[in-house]
Ligand binder design. Sequence first.
Ligand code: RIB
Length: 299
Amino acid sequence: MTVLVLGSANLDLVYEVDRIPSPGETVLSRGFASFAGGKGNNQAVAAARAGAPTRFVCALGADASGDRLAAEARDAGIDLLDRRVDAPTGTAAIFVDRRGENSIVVDSGANALLTDLTAAEQEAIGTADVLVLQLETPVPTVAAAVAAAKAAGTRVVLNAAPSGAVPLDLLDDVDVLVVNEHEAAELAGPGDAAAVLTARGCAVIVTLGAEGALVGVPGEEPVRVPSYTVDAVDTTGAGDTFVGSFAAALGGDPSGTGLEALVAATGFATAAAALAVQRKGAVPSIPTLEEVREFRDAR
Ligand code: RIB
């Protein structure tokens, strides 16, 4: 079983602040650190730490940040299919407040130049069991990856984050859409977002933060998967931990993408995300399979 993640890699520049500054305001940071991040990179690390053989297609700059991200991804056991492009490696300025909530600005840099798929990348998608995508990569590339997966029978998990314009017909070839409430409403418009989105034929997982997640499949009543009560110190990357862990659990389940398999994978991913919010940083906060198992056993 192989999970292939295609998406962004960023160097996260993280400022700990008492509160997120308002427009026109300057605040002093209580601490600063840089971490490996980017939604694609975080999701690839989460899948690998959850025990899935994982490949990651991304674009990095030919710079020190790109070297650092590549080295950390390989250290996490990822088979990295990176290309070095003529732009700086992506960065994210992240403000984390005392409640662990964050505010993020991403400079896409090299990620914006992942504008096509090579033959080798298309083949890698075709031989994977699960393809994982997000929206920090140009949408035409995401669409091309979905088409390559569909042609080869590879299951597709799309995390429609950050929220933005996605052609709704892209969902026709997606097996599982993972969104938070805000992203779901943005995609579906007014009304019951889960019902509108499952009507496209894909399964939908709506993550609800501390409230857990809602799992919907076409034609069936949605199932609520509860979360865990924990003290959050930094929610950065928790959604990515959820998606990567979910993909690893789903890929390891031979029963496909039926409601039972989705609920089981969501339960695992919810536990992984609950562990991630208790640690600082994106990549450093992502738990291993053993840590998730211990956490679940102790509850
Ligand atoms: O989802 C968290 C991630 O969003 C951060 O790691 C940052 O790089 C941005 O991509």
